[in-house]
Design a protein around this ligand. Sequence first.
Ligand SMILES: O=C(O)CCC(=O)C(=O)O
Length: 295
Amino acid sequence: MTTIKIGNSELELGGAYVTEMRDSSGVLHDTNELHRRMEEEGYLLLRGFHDRRKVLEARMQILRRLEEQNNLDLTFPIEDGVISLDNGNASYRKHTAELTSLLEIVNGEPIMKFFDRFLGGKAMTLDFKWTRAVGAGEFTGAHYDAVFMSRGTKNLYTVWTPIGDISYQIGGLCVCPGSQRWEKVVQTYGQMDLDRDNIDNGWFSSDLLEVVDKYGGKWATTEYRAGDVLIFGMYMMHGSLTNQTNQYRLSVDTRYQLAAEPVDERWVGNNPIGHTAPRSLPPTSMAEARKRWGV
Ligand SMILES: O=C(O)CCC(=O)C(=O)O
């Protein structure tokens, strides 16, 4: 029995809440089938999409940054990315421009060519890269990406790239297939703009189980290998498993769209402005907003 952790709950893979993700790498060259699966299931897991050695090179570049920032416990090999005392999430975002190996992966030919084909035209990627080092006991709550980056085209895709091998214990991403069709949620929460609406941190819920209790379906997840990518659209409810180890979970999420379509200006340019919410007023809680929306 494989046990995984969501929030504080230990769950069985194949049980009521969690199922194994489907691997679509076998249909990588069949664009119609990729579209069909994206439409139906809402995500594409493509194993071995990137050259594993390049991803591991990017991992070392990041780990050296974390070492310089004193985030690592150096009584263990640097490769293991063991977290130093303070345990929290670590940030290396301000160093993104120096992470050349990482940028080669997320801006490189394989992924850009994939999107040229998938989108049926010249693709572009948003310049901002959401780099992550998720600490012990940490996880990401359930959300749609639309809330954070939908001022341009809605035909925008997230690519989540594990930077290293990610076991169930380290805790990678999970998605909720079918959540792209939760019409009422899409029409209310899904229309929210974090910077305009000032509602909490944008997470629909920090309790992933509550979400499927209410709307049905299951969370789908897997163990990832360096080289894999997971792709989904703006209205796919997703979050992550809890990191149960003393090692950082390294990953990056990046966005792709047709170059000819409108762009969310917050996330492009040499120094993207990012979230702009004037937080002079206290934020409305998501619980309150959900009550108002009836979701
Ligand atoms: O890596 C994570 O924990 C969150 C990533 C995420 O929310 C995304 O890829 O949109």
